[in-house]
Design a binder for this molecule. Sequence first.
Ligand SMILES: CC(C)(COP(=O)(O)OP(=O)(O)OC[C@H]1O[C@@H](n2cnc3c(N)ncnc32)[C@H](O)[C@@H]1OP(=O)(O)O)[C@@H](O)C(=O)NCCC(=O)NCCS
Length: 293
Amino acid sequence: MVSTRSIARSDLPEVVAFIAQLQADPAHYIGYLDTDVDALTEQLCHLEPLGLDGVIAATRAGRLVGVLAADWDTDPARVWWHGPLVDDAEHSGTTADALYEHACTLLPAGGLEQELFIDARNEHIGAFARRHGFDRERSSAILTRQLDGLPPIREIDEVMIRPLADADRNAVAVLHQQLFAGAHRSGARLDEGDQRFVLVAMRGDEIMGYLAAERQEDGQGYLDFLGVPSVARGRGIGERLIVEVCHHLRDAGSDRIHLTVREDNRGARRLYGRLGFEHERIGVPWRRRRRIR
Ligand SMILES: CC(C)(COP(=O)(O)OP(=O)(O)OC[C@H]1O[C@@H](n2cnc3c(N)ncnc32)[C@H](O)[C@@H]1OP(=O)(O)O)[C@@H](O)C(=O)NCCC(=O)NCCS
């Protein structure tokens, strides 16, 4: 019989080692989780809002056979499932379902959408998602670049790049809503959190573009959003923001940056490719819009 429970701090090394081993295999990989043991430890301890209480482990005959962790938020009202990561021979479906059933009891009343983000080759969670009524959304390419050999920063006439100021917040939020409606982070919260920051491209008082990024727990950079209003495109502002953030992250000590871009977003992918980003994997989001609890 499989049994499930919230983990204690003393379980953490075993749970992290279990996740890291499965994360190394594309057939189990989850986009929201790190692959590095130290970064995973940090991630699990800082799950929102429960920390380690948001991590459920499954054991069979005393052996750890599965883990499912949850992060959730109210804006948007959504839970991001990290898992179920299962290594349980012929019982994998049953174990995944037991983890899910337990983890759902942790969620707040009032209703949350649910999201999974997995490697396209992760058939384990793909089957789990279909079984539980999730819909497959448009896939994204995960790209990465080493932060060496960076192109120089090229000035653009009349356009200045600087960190987001309070006076810019409204305009950036409006542009973000136009370009990324329904995204995992609303425009008002792009720089919420210690290691998150936003750069803006300005011509006088006018917003010509923005880029939101993060320095992750493992020290690597993540480019979260990049947007240029349609009237300002094709002038090098997107490129300038990307190059600028790469320099900034490198100067802060990061040696690598990742980003996610819709697989069918040819223009942006061409731009990233020209700037030295390489394909790492295809990620597939699965979403269940019917709210639980
Ligand atoms: C993707 C996006 C940020 C690009 O912004 P941008 O400011 O147009 O980017 P750039 O101007 O640097 O590059 C775009 C093209 O203009 C060209 N270009 C750059 N400077 C130029 C100039 N001075 N004259 C003519 N063309 C120029 C680039 O070579 C590039 O050509 P390509 O499409 O053949 O690669 C913008 O299209 C956008 O906001 N799209 C919607 C949101 C989105 O998809 N974001 C990315 C996903 S996270």
